[in-house]
Write a protein that binds this ligand. Structure first.
Ligand code: F6P
Length: 322
């Protein structure tokens, strides 16, 4: 293999730049030519390529976002789009492709590989951390620390004014962020898509907590919760308890910012492992980390299998709210 491409696709995640840096520098050290593809799969279709050398990735390890930019590309969901992308990759002589992102990114990679000759390796990069085959996706650690910083600040106000707060965190369809920040931020309760939200029970818990002498209460709501997000839940609780409350939706602040040390190290390890995999002739896998060890998972499994929440952590939420 002589030439590889790298792209970031879907939502950006802090640590993607550290991963691009690792891919470029490890690729160069292995004698490969490395091409950056801008704006995800759209960049293939629009032939938006940039040659990357070791110096082109200087001073990016600490930066959030992605220097390659990203996009969600509908055309790559069509046969026509896949055919066109494969033709362009072939013409460019790109034999290996490393794609950093979540399940949508991996679906695109598999479609390309199945319809052409390009060898693909995926790297999990999503703050949602909802990809099967890795304990942590790049960006998750930074996102939960950013959210936690905000929650701690809100706790100052909640405590001072004896208030009930509903804080909505990201997580399109999963509750990984909510669970971790719920534990780390000392939440009264967490509401996540994986568990049915029972408003009556929530009201009971809140009322009891104030009766036990608590002066404030923080409820973490995952944006994907089936009960409709923080505004709807807060309204339903108000109708029953008539307790003054405030809402804070953390939103995209959780996606930005300088990656934590943990995300930078993970990104560097996964980037290096992805290059090694391609050089060693592997293809069609996502490289992740399970129990501290590099692990390869067939790309299809990353979305066909479901990553489970830590049930022990889930149980702890209630116990620690006592
Ligand atoms: O997948 C990451 C994520 O941040 C989700 O948590 C969120 O629902 C979604 O992306 C938001 O996407 P966009 O930035 O396209 O609105």
């Amino acid at each position: 293999m002589k030439k590889i491409g790298v792209l970031t696709s879907g939502g950006d995640a802090p640590g993607m730049n550290a991963c691009i840096r690792a891919i470029v520098r490890c690729g160069v050290s292995r004698g490969l030519e490395v091409v950056g593809i801008r704006r995800g799969y759209r960049g293939i279709l629009e032939e938006d390529f940039v040659k990357l050398g070791s110096r082109s990735v200087a001073n990016i390890i600490y930066r959030g976002g992605t220097i390659l930019e990203t996009a969600r590309c509908e055309e790559m969901k069509t046969e026509e789009g896949i055919r066109k992308a494969n033709g362009i990759l072939q013409r460019e002589g790109i034999e290996g492709l490393i794609t950093i992102g979540g399940d949508g990114t991996f679906r695109g990679a598999v479609a390309l590989a199945e319809a052409g000759d390009v060898k693909v390796i995926g790297i999990p990069g999503t703050i949602d951390n909802d990809v099967y085959g890795t304990d942590y996706a790049i960006g998750f650690d930074t996102a939960i620390n950013t959210a936690l910083d905000a929650i701690d600040k809100i706790r100052d106000t909640a405590g001072s004014l004896q208030r009930l707060f509903f804080i909505e965190v990201m997580g399109r369809s999963r509750g990984f962020i909510a669970l971790e920040v719920g534990i780390a931020g000392g939440a009264e309760d967490i509401l996540i898509p994986e568990l049915e939200t029972k408003i009556e029970q929530l009201c009971l818990d809140i009322r009891r907590s104030f009766k036990r002498g608590k002066k404030s209460s923080i409820v973490i709501v995952a944006e994907g919760d089936e009960a409709g997000g923080a505004f709807s839940i807060a309204q339903q609780v108000w109708e029953r308890l008539r307790l003054e409350y405030r809402i804070c939706v953390l939103g995209h602040v959780q996606r930005g910012g300088s990656p934590t040390a943990r995300d930078r190290v993970l990104a560097s390890k996964l980037g290096a492992a992805a290059v090694d995999a391609l050089v060693n002739g592997m293809a069609g896998y996502m490289v992740g980390e399970l129990k501290g060890e590099i692990a390869f998972t067939p790309l299809r499994e990353t979305w066909e299998k479901r990553k489970e929440l830590d049930s022990n952590l889930l149980r702890l939420v209630k116990v620690l709210a006592e």
